[in-house]
Structures are given as structure tokens and as C-alpha cells.
Design a protein around this ligand. Structure first.
Ligand code: NAP
Length: 247
């Protein structure tokens, strides 16, 4: 799908990958809807992006998600693209997982994107087309000790995305997944960690021969590619493409 003049909702637009994505789509003349909790950051960004709209919304709150979509429709009258990017990590050994933290990232990384999809699908169907991009993670291509909460929830999002892609094909609504590799954002800082894992901060990890981290701008280009091509999966880094699940 072409993005010029199209209305593009980007959740988690206040920082990192979402921020870079908002700038890139605005540069391509989309009408970007900037969604996150940090009002000040969104308002400042909106001033710099023509035809943009900032909406404060907690993506773990079903009522706020409904209100946000209504506001987009009353402002622009249509929705062409939804980018479910808002997210947070939770690193814990399985035996130490704390239920409130697990439920929090389940609500943010899985339920929020599903609810947002449910809100936009009827509108996209009415319009005769649409594109939905869900941000997955390269960690779903591997089994990494200490990452089962986050990877499992992002894997659930993968399955829901692929399945809904089949369900929505005849409505000309393309559901795509973008898999970021390690990306230089505040993600690691914002990741919830169990006490044992917070002692071994990522700065001290030895990533051996792994490729260097990606920039958020690189991932933003992959998100634009997913919208333009409608491909089911786009990998931010070729390293992930060959990442076979191994036990
Ligand atoms: N960076 C990586 O290495 C990496 C790797 C793989 C996948 N990813 C995925 O890429 C996506 C973007 O992450 P990032 O790296 O850009 O992280 P980030 O810099 O921490 O940004 C996260 C964004 O999500 C928003 N957010 C967090 N909680 C929210 C909530 N309850 N409601 C609404 N918005 C919320 C934040 O805004 P507010 O705080 O203002 O609400 C922020 O804009 C995530 O889905 C993440 O899982 C990242």
C-alpha cells in the first residue's frame, strides 16, 4: 500500500522505534497518529510533523484504546494503517516469574495489539483495504534463557498475526510482522527484570560474534517496507532470518 495521504496510527510513538517510524511516515507524507502515554513528548513531536495528531492512550486500557480509535476517526474520517509498536520486555527465569509483571506485559504486548486490531478492522473493511503491522521480536526465533515471558508473549502475537492475515485476506487487509533485532532504544532500560537477572545488566553481557545493534531508523524502514509490500514477515536483520529454533 502507498502511504502518501494515508492515516497511519503508530503506538509507542514517543520514543525509540515508534518515534523513528512516525518521522519516516511523516516524511513520506502520511497523516501520522502519535500514540503513547507521555503527553509532553507527543505534543512536542506533533508540532514538528505536518498533519499529525497526538493522542495520549495507555495501550493496556481497553476503554482508552476504543476512545483513541474513535478520536482518529472523528479527526480524519478513515484509518489506513495500524502499527502496533508499543511494547515492553520482561526478563525472568521461568521459576521467578511474578504474575503481576507477566500480566502487565501480556496486556501491553498481546492484548493491546489485538484490541486495536479489533477496533480498526471494521473500518478498514468498509474502506476496502488496510495494513496492520505488529512488532514482534527476534527473540521469538530463539530459546533464550531468562526471556521466556517476553518471547512467549511475542510468539503469541506472531501466531495471532499470521492467523488473522489468513482471516482478513479476502477483505484486502494485510497483516504483517516486523522482527527487530537488538535495537538502540530505551527498550533494555525499560525492560522489567527479575532480581537475579537485574544483577547481570545487558551492558555486561558478552554478545560474542553477534552483529552490532541496529538503529531505530533502520527498523522504521522495515516497517515502511512491510506496509508497502504487505509481506507477512519482514526481518530487520538478516541474522534473524536464518535463526532456526533449536533446542
Ligand atoms: N529495542 C529492541 O532491541 C527491540 C527488539 C525486539 C523488539 N522490540 C519491540 O519494538 C517495539 C518498540 O520498542 P522500542 O525499542 O522502541 O522501546 P522503547 O524505546 O522502550 O519504546 C517503547 C514505546 O512504547 C510506549 N509504551 C510503553 N508502555 C505503554 C503503554 N502502556 N501504553 C502506550 N504506550 C506505551 C512508550 O511510550 P510511553 O512510555 O510514553 O507510553 C514508548 O513510546 C516494542 O514492541 C518492542 O517489544 C524492540
Amino acid at each position: 500500500m502507498e502511504v502518501k495521504d494515508n492515516v497511519v496510527i503508530i503506538t509507542g510513538a514517543s520514543s525509540g522505534i515508534g518515534l523513528a517510524t512516525a518521522k519516516l511516515f511523516a516524511k513520506n507524507k502520511s497523516k501520522v497518529v502519535l500514540v503513547a502515554r507521555s503527553k509532553e513528548k507527543l505534543d512536542k513531536l506533533a508540532v514538528t510533523l505536518p498533519n499529525s495528531l497526538a493522542i495520549v492512550c495507555d495501550m493496556t486500557n481497553p476503554h482508552q484504546i476504543k476512545k483513541m480509535i474513535k478520536k482518529v476517526l472523528s479527526n480524519f474520517g478513515k484509518i489506513d494503517v495500524l502499527i502496533n509498536n508499543a511494547g515492553q520486555g520482561y526478563n525472568s527465569l521461568l521459576e521467578e516469574i511474578e504474575l503481576p509483571k507477566l500480566r502487565h506485559i501480556f496486556d501491553l504486548d498481546f492484548v493491546g495489539p489485538i484490541l486495536a486490531m479489533q477496533e480498526v478492522i471494521p473500518q478498514m473493511r468498509k474502506q476496502g483495504q488496510g495494513a496492520i503491522v505488529n512488532l514482534s521480536s527476534g527473540t521469538t526465533r530463539m530459546y533464550l534463557p531468562g526471556m521466556s515471558p517476553y518471547s512467549s508473549i511475542k510468539t503469541a502475537l506472531n501466531v495471532a498475526s499470521h492467523t488473522s492475515r489468513l482471516e482478513l485476506a479476502e477483505d484486502n487487509i494485510r497483516v504483517s510482522l516486523v522482527y527487530p533485532y537488538m535495537t538502540a532504544t530505551d527498550f533494555e532500560k525499560n525492560t522489567l527484570k527479575s532480581p537475579r537477572l537485574s544483577q547481570s545488566a545487558s551492558e555486561n553481557k558478552d554478545f560474542g560474534d553477534l552483529p552490532p545493534v541496529d538503529s531505530p531508523e533502520k527498523v522504521a524502514k522495515m516497517i515502511l517496507k512491510a506496509v508497502k509490500t504487505g509481506k507477512p514477515e519482514v526481518f530487520a536483520n538478516p541474522y534473524l532470518e536464518k535463526g532456526e529454533l533449536q533446542v
